[in-house]
Ligand binder design. Structure first.
Ligand code: AGP
Length: 607
């Protein structure tokens, strides 16, 4: 996924563009570049490396009336200056930045090369610049409308032309593009974090739409130049929410924000009198909810693990079958959509291509798909049949933390809602609501263990591989903990059922492969202790995350992280946070780029 910015207005162009790219660096950060138009000049500066490398190369001021910029997550072609965007056409009059994948670029490139076009990069995106340059006859909008119809795949683009003063044209298909409306200035960006410091008025483009932007006006059309009226939405985030607020990293800030973010995810959604949930956005009648016979969840990465936790809860307290699938697998396996079922597409960004395309395929087959998302106005919430925003506030760190616990919160409330429509009694519901409302406070207590967890990270940071082991509703938490560690520390880590280790993975056990066990005081505690002993009998070092006062487990383990006692269904919340902290401090110890780990991007908007 990449970051795109376009600007038309009087502000210092270089500063506006580079600052915006800096705010979107989490979207992709292997190279970056800008292009500024002024009179008959097109200034293009692009560099491999982080935005800092680009900032170094960009002069303090570049006169211009419009400009575009890009921060790249490489999909085609290595990380080089040449492959960085913007890309130019042969005449050097057209500059293009692109987010997405042009699936038919090879055919287009071949045709263009046969016509004598010389390519300067290995990217798919460069074909767009050449096509526009060759078909341009004085109307950039018309040319973009024509060219994008030649493309197969996904794009969010911003284009400028030397002969069109103060004008940027954008087009979207599958990759997000938002128009920011200011006072005598306009912005085009991949997401609102790039424009939040300038305006809160935003228009979200849909697939197949084109927008022509100047400092004082904009025009949105379809590909046949038919005007489309769009609603202006107000961005509901504050600028300071996308700042670090005194923390060393966004990830640290977002881990420590969880008592608040979990609270926000609950706000206005618990009916204490009836001990049930209240989720306005489901767009389902009580009868539809009562008739539900199956819940299915699709997601990727951390969101997938949130779905797995929820599936245990839904089956255990709502007594409805629930399956969870990797979104990327659903789309291409010709899924069976059952009557009286509902799907949840769980996605922090709301732009993950695997999840978005799977949702579209399920909807094509008649499924009802609800989004559990964080970013208002993103593709999944806009295209879903309803859903729940988790209100975490912007999650900037690539490694997802607060969104995970807020996704759980939303799914827990949904489960309570349908459980109380079935067999769950008022008393049971009241206990559940009480336990859920205690979670933020319990998470605050866990956060106080941060220094001890940092110490543990210092002790174990040289391990070359880790096993994370849990059972029951905490089994997915083991996977989430393993994902956190590997994606920011680059240490190999595997999540496993604590019971399953003896069926093979125990061969990995030795002093060099520590195991981290989740040992809540639930019905499976004794079983997990047995699994711990199996590992220790083979010289495996064991870190146990267990409940305060559990001296038996503390005595058994080599090291221990204590968490407060909670309702047995709430342990996923208090067991996840120590794993987030462990990964964070381990990555720090190893000198990793915690907020922007290598090879990754915050939201993967390509398949
Ligand atoms: C989580 O830490 C990872 N960055 C990644 O697995 C992420 O959860 C996944 O790409 C899904 O993103 P989404 O929630 O925005 O759809």
């Amino acid at each position: 996924m990449c970051g795109i910015i376009g600007y038309c207005g009087p502000k210092p162009m270089a500063n506006v563009l580079v600052e915006a790219l800096k705010r979107m660096e989490y979207r992709g950060y292997d190279s970056a570049g800008i292009a500024v138009r002024s009179g008959s000049e097109l200034t293009v500066i692009k560099r491999a490396g982080k935005i800092a490398a680009l900032r170094e190369a960009v002069p303090a001021e570049i006169p211009g009336d419009c400009g575009i910029g890009h921060t790249r997550w490489a999909t085609h072609g290595g990380v080089t200056d040449h492959n960085a965007h913007p890309h130019l056409d042969a005449s050097g009059k057209v500059a293009v930045v692109h987010n997405g994948i042009i699936e038919n670029y090879a055919v287009l490139r071949e045709k263009l090369s046969a016509d004598g076009v010389e390519f300067k990069s290995e990217t798919d995106s460069e074909v767009i610049a050449h096509l526009i340059g060759r078909l341009y006859e004085g109307d950039l909008t018309a040319t973009v409308q024509q060219v994008v119809q030649l493309l197969k795949g996904t794009y969010g683009i911003a284009v400028l032309h030397i002969d069109e003063p103060g004008t940027v044209v954008g087009a979207r298909n599958g990759s997000p593009l938002v128009l920011g409306i200011g006072e005598h200035e306009m912005f085009l960006a991949s997401d609102v974090t790039a424009i939040l410091g300038h305006t809160k008025q935003a228009i979200y483009l849909e697939d197949g739409e084109v927008v022509t932007v100047t400092a004082d006006e904009y025009r949105t059309t379809d590909l046949n130049d038919r005007k489309i009226d769009k609603n202006i939405q107000i961005i509901n985030w504050e600028l300071e929410e996308i700042e670090k607020g005194g923390y060393q990293h966004y990830m640290e800030k977002e881990i420590f924000e969880q008592p608040d973010s979990i609270t926000r995810a609950m706000q206005g959604r618990l009916d204490h009198e009836n001990a049930t949930g209240h989720l306005g956005g489901l767009n389902m009648t009580k009868k539809e909810l009562l008739d539900l016979e199956r819940v299915k969840i699709i997601a990727a990465g951390t969101s997938y693990y949130a779905g797995l936790v929820a599936s245990y809860l839904i089956e255990s307290i709502a007594r409805i079958p629930c399956t969870v699938e990797l979104a990327a697998e659903v789309r291409y396996r010709n899924p069976i959509v059952e009557r009286n079922s509902v799907y949840f597409a769980v996605s922090q960004s709301g732009e993950t291509a695997d999840t978005l395309y799977a949702m579209r395929e399920l909807q094509r087959k008649g499924a009802r798909v609800l989004g559990i998302c964080n970013v208002v106005g993103a593709s999944i919430p806009r295209e879903s049949d309803g859903g729940v925003y988790i209100h975490s506030g912007p999650e900037i760190a690539v490694a997802s933390t607060k969104a995970f616990t807020s996704q759980l919160t939303a799914l827990y409330i949904f489960t309570l809602l349908i459980a109380r429509m079935r067999h769950m009694s008022l008393e049971e519901g009241t206990r559940f609501v009480q336990a859920l409302e205690e979670v933020p406070e319990r998470v605050s207590e866990v956060l106080q263990s941060a220094p001890a967890i940092a110490e543990l990270a210092r002790k174990y940071h040289s391990a070359r591989s880790f096993l994370f082991l849990g059972r029951g509703i905490n089994y997915p938490v083991a996977f989430e903990g393993a994902l956190k560690l590997k994606e920011i520390s680059y240490i190999h880590a595997e999540g496993y059922s604590a019971a399953e280790v003896k069926h093979g993975p125990i061969a990995l056990i030795g002093p060099e492969t520590p195991s981290l066990f989740l040992v809540p005081d639930d019905a499976l505690r004794e079983k997990v202790i047995s699994n711990m002993k199996e590992v220790q009998a083979r010289d495996g070092r064991v870190i146990a995350v267990c409940v305060e006062g559990d001296h038996e487990v503390a005595a058994l383990a080599d090291d221990v992280i204590m968490v407060p006692k909670v309702h047995e269904l709430m342990y996923p919340f208090v067991m996840t946070v120590p794993l987030q902290l462990f990964a964070y401090y381990t990555a720090l110890e190893l000198g990793r780029n915690v907020d922007q780990p290598r090879n990754l991007a915050k939201s993967v908007t390509v398949e």
